[in-house]
Write a protein that binds this ligand. Structure first.
Ligand code: IFM
Length: 461
């Protein structure tokens, strides 16, 4: 590995627009711990992680990064990293331990304290209401496959936005509803671990409905805050230039991306999706649902990690995935930064977007401190750098990209992978809870301070 030398004219330096938001992101179950404290009751992830065989090494979020107790020093760390914003999620089972009904004031108090701490540090709070930790009590009544869960979500969004109001700069209703529906109800690799296409389709619909129902409620309670949603999106490339491969890639885009984008921005599902439903599976649409889903949002959040490459396969809508040679992270995810550019430009062309954030982007890696206590995570540095180069390129093309959030602030509980995958720009020693800023974190702090990518670039490998 080498570092490219500084060009004398600084021509590599990429300045970002004034007011560009530099942040990092986390999620409640991945970092908070304290699962039995102050009135919190179980979420589907408490149940799932305790089910033998579901999570690597049987890891749970019981302690995680102990952020519930260490949030003050964690905010100090964010300040040290020059972050302008912090994207965190709120744990529904802390606020409404039974899903709806009795409010747990102590749960609200925690987010109140966190919000104030951030504001005092000059860091904008970006709150996500749902990052996968559905109260188990609601799952016991069908979870997202039950339309009533959408109403419960609105109740929860109302309570949180009344209490935190405009102190939150930006509310995100859902993080990656694809994961909740597909991984949770279709493939069974995330909580609640079910594997039924009909349940997946119902969950998709109710998540989108809950989003649309909650937007006006949050707006009413926090008129100065912005409201949007975060989707995990991929760019799709054909394995060859053949019409069949191109069609497979387009179908893949429809099935994974447009299933969420089209209801939110056009009030309809893509035809490819409707055509692909298995026999006997229907979308549980009720009159008015699409109008609700397309309630205007202030921004779209994009979580981008990888692209898909597809080749046609007879009888398979969306074709077959092809693995090309390249750089891969320890998640076995290809590092393909131009995909972020392709995606941003396409989204901007196809939907009426006024503001986009990259709400997550980052790389896993298994680095540990060296003898001097330094964490050299060059791949992550390279990964973020190259995605910022592509982000900058998209901005030059007129994409209204307003901010970038590195995933993640610190190493944490990577769901079914337990603690075996580290995404942080800060290293966490889980046995002592000591935090160590990695090389990528020091570098990112400089980017955030200068609002620019420096002209010195890392190469990889
Ligand atoms: O850790 C997750 C996060 O919770 C949601 N987006 C992807 C990340 C990496 O897998």
């Amino acid at each position: 590995m080498t570092i490219t030398e500084q060009s004398p004219d600084q021509s590599n330096r990429l300045q970002f627009p004034a007011n560009f938001i530099w942040g990092s992101a986390t999620a409640a179950y991945q970092i908070e711990g304290a699962v039995n404290e102050d009135g919190r009751k179980p979420s589907i992830w408490d149940t799932f992680s305790r089910t033998p065989g579901k999570v690597l090494n049987g890891d749970t979020g019981d302690i995680a990064c102990d952020h519930y107790h260490r949030y003050r020093s964690d905010v100090a760390l964010m300040k040290q990293l020059n972050l302008g914003a912090y994207r965190f999620s709120i744990a529904w089972p802390r606020i409404l331990p039974d899903g709806r009904g009795a409010i747990n004031e102590k749960g609200l108090d925690f987010y109140d304290r966190l919000t104030d701490e951030l504001l005092q540090a000059g860091i904008k709070p970006y709150a996500t209401l749902y990052h996968w930790d559905l109260p188990q009590a609601l799952e016991d009544q069908g979870g997202w496959t039950n339309r009533a869960t959408a109403e419960a979500f609105v109740e929860y969004a109302d309570i949180v936005s009344r209490r935190l109001g405009d102190r939150i700069s930006s509310y995100t209703t859902f993080n990656e509803p694809w994961c909740s529906a597909v991984l949770g109800y279709g493939l069974g690799i995330h909580a609640p671990g079910l594997t039924d296409p009909a349940l997946q389709v119902a969950a998709t619909h109710h998540l989108l409905l809950a989003h649309g129902l909650a937007v006006p409620v949050i707006r009413r309670n926090a008129p100065q805050a912005e409201v949007g949603i975060t989707l995990n999106l991929w760019s799709f490339d054909p394995a060859s230039d053949s019409p069949a491969d191109r069609q497979a890639a387009e179908e893949g885009y429809d099935l994974d991306n447009r299933v969420y984008l089209d209801p939110i921005f056009r009030g309809e599902y893509p035809q490819t999706y409707l055509n692909s439903l298995p026999d006997g599976v229907t979308v549980p649409v009720q009159p008015g649902d699409f109008e609700i889903m397309k309630t205007p949002v202030d921004f779209l959040g994009i979580n981008y990690y990888i692209r898909h490459v597809r080749k046609a396969e007879p009888g398979v809508v969306g074709g077959e995935e092809v693995k090309l040679p390249g750089i891969y992270t320890t998640m076995d995810w290809e590092v393909y930064p131009p995909g972020l550019y392709d995606l941003l430009v396409r989204l901007n062309r196809e939907y009426p977007l006024t503001k986009i954030y990259v709400t997550e982007n980052g790389s896993s890696g298994e680095e540990a401190p060296d003898a001097n206590g330094k964490v050299h995570d060059r791949l992550r540095h390279f990964y973020i750098q190259e995605h910022l180069v592509q982000s900058h390129r998209a901005i030059q093309e007129g994409v209204p990209l307003a901010g970038y959030f590195a995933w993640s602030l610190m190493d944490n509980y990577e769901w079914a992978w337990g603690y075996t995958r580290r995404f942080g720009i800060v290293y966490v020693d889980y046995s002592t809870q000591q935090r160590t800023i990695k090389d990528s974190g020091f570098w990112y702090a400089g980017v955030a301070r200068d609002n620019a990518l420096p002209d010195t670039r890392v190469t990889y490998p």
